[in-house]
Design a protein around this ligand. Structure first.
Ligand SMILES: [Zn+2]
Ligand SMILES: [Zn+2]
Length: 268
C-alpha cells in the first residue's frame, strides 16, 4: 500500500533529524581521524544532500508495492511447513536469520550490480565518489537502491521472515535501518583499523577498498558481514589504504544527467 501524505511528511521530518544527528557525529570524527584531501566542490555537497533525500524517500514509495506483492506471492508459494518452522524459532534466532539471509541477498544483488553491465550503469553512480565520507553512503541511483534492497528482501519473504502485516514487516524494517546506519560508518573518512573486529563486521577499511578506483573495486561486496566475501572468494583487506577512489565509468556533471543517463540506451 502507498504511504499516506501524513506518513510522507513524518518521513521527511525523521530524515531531517537523522541528518543533523549524523552530521554532528561524523563531521568532527572525520576531521580528527580522516585522510586529508582537497575541499569537495559545493555542487557535490548539494548532490549528496539530494541523494540523501532520495535514498531515504524513494524506497518508501517504490518498494511498498513490490514488497506487498512479494508478501502475497510468498504466502501462496512457500510451504507452510517452512514458514511454521521459521515462526517457531525464538525471537533472537529469527532476528539472526533475518540478518544473515538479508545480507546474503544483498551480497548477490551488489555483486551482480558490478558484473552485469545493465546494472553497473546504475551502480556506477555510487562509485563516482572520489573522496570517502559518510554521506557517500547515500549517493545511489534510485534504481540501484531498489534492486539491491529487493535482493535483500526477497529471500526474507520466501522464508516467511517478512509478511504483509505490520508485525511481519518489522524484520525487513530492522534490517534496512541497521544496514543503513552501518552504511554511513563504513563510508566515513575514518582511518581506523579495528583489529580482530575486522573479521566479524565490515569496517571503513573493508568498504573503502570496494571503492578503490582500479584493481579491487570487485571485492568486498558485503554490507556488514565480511565472512560472505571470504566464503564467495571476493575478500580483500590489506593493512594499507587505497591510493585512489572513484570509477573510470564517465558520470554526468549534473544531478539530472546522473539520474537520467543510465536509463538511456548506451552509446557505443
Ligand atoms: Zn559496489
Ligand atoms: Zn559504498
Amino acid at each position: 500500500m502507498l504511504p499516506s501524505a501524513g506518513e510522507f511528511v513524518a518521513a521527511v521530518l525523521r530524515l531531517s533529524v537523522w541528518l543533523v544527528l549524523l552530521t554532528a557525529l561524523f563531521v568532527p570524527l572525520e576531521r580528527w581521524f580522516g585522510a586529508r584531501h582537497a575541499p569537495r566542490p559545493r555542487r557535490e555537497l548539494l548532490h549528496n544532500l539530494a541523494y540523501y533525500a532520495m535514498s531515504s524517500l524513494v524506497p518508501i514509495v517504490l518498494l511498498s508495492i513490490p514488497a506487498a506483492l512479494l508478501a502475497v506471492i510468498a504466502q501462496h508459494i512457500v510451504p507452510t511447513a517452512l514458514t511454521d518452522m521459521v515462526q517457531s524459532l525464538p525471537v533472537a534466532g529469527r532476528i539472526a536469520l533475518v540478518f544473515v539471509v538479508g545480507e546474503i541477498g544483498f551480497y548477490w544483488g551488489h555483486r551482480l550490480s558490478h558484473e552485469l553491465p545493465w546494472l553497473w550503469r546504475f551502480h556506477a553512480v555510487h562509485h563516482s565518489t572520489e573522496h570517502m565520507h559518510f554521506l557517500a553512503n547515500t549517493r545511489t541511483h534510485p534504481v540501484d537502491m531498489v534492486i539491491t534492497r529487493l535482493f535483500g528482501l526477497v529471500p526474507l519473504y520466501l522464508l516467511g521472515l517478512a509478511g504483509p502485516s505490520v508485525a511481519g514487516s518489522g524484520a525487513p524494517a530492522l534490517l534496512l535501518v541497521t544496514g543503513t546506519l552501518w552504511g554511513f560508518f563504513i563510508h566515513a573518512n575514518l582511518r581506523w583499523r579495528l583489529g580482530p573486529l575486522e573479521w566479524l563486521v565490515a569496517t571503513p577499511a573493508f568498504h573503502h577498498w570496494h571503492h578503490s578506483r582500479h584493481e579491487h573495486i570487485n571485492r568486498n561486496y558485503a554490507a556488514t558481514l565480511p565472512m560472505l566475501d571470504r566464503l564467495f572468494g571476493t575478500h580483500y583487506l590489506p593493512q594499507h589504504w587505497p591510493a585512489e577512489y572513484g570509477t573510470d565509468t564517465p558520470q554526468a556533471a549534473s544531478l539530472s544527467g546522473q539520474l537520467l543517463n543510465p536509463l538511456l540506451p548506451q552509446q557505443r
